[in-house]
Design a protein around this ligand. Sequence first.
Ligand SMILES: C[S@@+](CC[C@H](N)C(=O)[O-])C[C@H]1O[C@@H](n2cnc3c(N)ncnc32)[C@H](O)[C@@H]1O
Length: 246
Amino acid sequence: MVSSDRWKTAQRYEQDYWDRVATEVEAQGQDRLGGYRWRRDQLVRMLAEAGAPEVSDGSARVLEVGSGPVGVIGFFPGVHKVAVDPLEHFYSGRPLLVASRSPDVSYRTGSGEALPVKDGCYDLAIIENCIDHCQDMDAVMLGIRRALKPGGYLYLTVNVRSRPGYYMHRALSRLQIDPGHPHTFTQSRVRPFLRAAGFDVLHLEHGSFSRAWLDDLRGPSLKMRAKALLGVSEYLVSVIARVKEQ
Ligand SMILES: C[S@@+](CC[C@H](N)C(=O)[O-])C[C@H]1O[C@@H](n2cnc3c(N)ncnc32)[C@H](O)[C@@H]1O
């Protein structure tokens, strides 16, 4: 858990980031926010590979935590869909950011630590690229587990770093050179983190550190090359997990 001040700094950084995205959307159109269909297809495929294809058949009750302005939930089939984000009051006031929202999703202001939803109601919870932005990761996972039905499914994605990158990033985060990520993950931390939160991991996919490092090293911006030189290049881990049987 990080302090409330540290989390608020991260959220100010996040809000500035989405303000810049809104300006880019104005210049480039809605394609700037593209990628949700690809992410939805990945989620549907991973659920099938985890042995749970029925979750994608349109009958599921779905919750997304830290959805950002739209979230993959807008593109995923479901009978009841709720998205929760602490910056919802900000996103909903930016028409350019929310133009591709689906009317069948109820967007709510709230945090993963105190979810504004009923317990035991959801078949699937989605938390994409959000857990390392939260104040109290354990409280968020407890909240998600409570919101899920017994045997409910979790889809989590998180950017991870190599072991030396973990220590370097932790220092950069504490010095607020990276203000946006109060927490740091390694790939090997993901499974124990989910087990401790009461989930069984059914299916895990991951990118490659060397690929991420090379992409950063050859990247067009100074920031990318600095990330490579500091060893803090990140790659994605995506997981389907299930609430453990009691
Ligand atoms: C990097 S964005 C990702 C947004 C979206 N999931 C996506 O992949 O496009 C991280 C999001 O997590 C949200 N967030 C930060 N702390 C949170 C918390 N404690 N509970 C829920 N969401 C949180 C931020 O407001 C932000 O919208």
